[in-house]
Design a protein around this ligand. Sequence first.
Ligand SMILES: N[C@@H](CCC(=O)N[C@@H](CS)C(=O)NCC(=O)O)C(=O)O
Length: 218
Amino acid sequence: MNKLTLHIGNKNYSSWSMRPWLVLRKSELPFSENLIQLDVPGFKDKLLALTDAGTVPVLQIGDDMLPDSLAISDWLAQAVPNLWPKDLNDKERARALCKQMQTDFGDFREHAPMNLRRRTRTEMPKSCLAAAAKMDAIFSDLLNEHDDPFLFGDWCIADAFATPYATRFVSYGIPRSNKADTYISELMGDEDYLDWEADAMVEVWKLPDTDMVYGGRP
Ligand SMILES: N[C@@H](CCC(=O)N[C@@H](CS)C(=O)NCC(=O)O)C(=O)O
């Protein structure tokens, strides 16, 4: 197989980067990573030098560049078995949920930006809480249906996509059901997630605008 390099953003803040990084870890394929600091002078030129999308994550496969967290995950699932559920109906549902997590829940993403170092218990806007409650209901239904511990029984790409949302519930003290809380703890206790988080904790580069939302300190 061609050499794999995952181009990613800052680990404390880049939720899109975390998803395929977790999928790559679960795939057990060897890969290296290249971290590009976002929102510093010249960062966009670096992203546009990778692909026209101008975003991270980007998976470099030999000399080919593949942007987009879901496209990267699909590529990895073709290379390695069992990253999607075995049941074909569940596979379609898991993929649709990933797509929904990419495009929906905008109020959750906007008001509770991923910030792994952050812990607060402030009152969040109603629209954010409503989007989080909707996600909680989807998670709880799937966990009940598949008898835990993951959304479709065994760990799959949908759980990688859920992990940055799990961290938002915890960072901003967003209310959740016991079912969702147990699942969030499972995701945030995952050994690969903990490796990513450990790197995020020691990053010195900061985004003051993100750190200061809801009374945080820069
Ligand atoms: N749909 C894309 C979204 C990627 C994305 O928006 N990435 C952010 C970082 S988390 C980015 O590159 N932002 C830089 C910019 O938009 O200038 C995916 O799933 O990979």
